[in-house]
Design a protein around this ligand. Structure first.
Ligand SMILES: [Zn+2]
Ligand SMILES: [Zn+2]
Length: 148
């Protein structure tokens, strides 16, 4: 599968290849700040399928786990574009709102629901985790030669 992405001002665009390993709502406090009140919605793509054009602004912080999280956004319009973590450099977490509609992507999981505000409505059909879920399996190496 292949997708395209575009921020609100068009300064940042992307092509996204491959199938996301998970699509998650995240209700952690940092995501509530990024999203303006509710959850972020994120499609986790293999990093080697993500090609970004344009200049990103970034903000990095050390999470409770000790991993460094980096959020990227368009410096021109503020559209959240993606996030990545030092714990899983082989993935990019693409904000669903950045991906051009229409597309067939929808969340399957809600994480950090323990941090959600009391008014939050989280669909029952999603897999729920009150905090961080187990990491998705690493993508199979695409081009590495077989070991000798
Ligand atoms: Zn922009
Ligand atoms: Zn979050």
């Amino acid at each position: 599968m292949s997708y395209t992405g575009r921020c609100a001002c068009g300064g940042v665009t992307a092509t996204l290849s491959g199938t996301p390993v998970a699509i998650r709502q995240c209700w952690c406090r940092q995501c509530q700040q990024v999203a303006g009140g509710a959850h972020t919605t994120n499609a986790i793509f293999p990093a080697d399928g993500v090609a970004i054009t344009g200049t990103l602004a970034t903000h990095s912080y050390t999470a409770a786990s000790g991993n460094v999280l980096t959020h990227s956004f368009c410096p021109g319009c503020g559209t959240p574009v993606m996030a990545q973590t030092t714990a899983r450099p082989h993935f990019r977490t693409i904000r669903l709102g950045f991906i051009d509609a229409p597309h067939d992507l929808a969340p399957d999981t809600a994480i950090w629901t323990g941090d959600a505000p009391a008014w939050a409505v989280i669909p029952d059909h999603l897999e729920h985790y009150t905090a961080q879920p187990p990491a998705p399996p690493a993508p199979a190496p695409a081009t590495d030669p077989p070991p000798k």
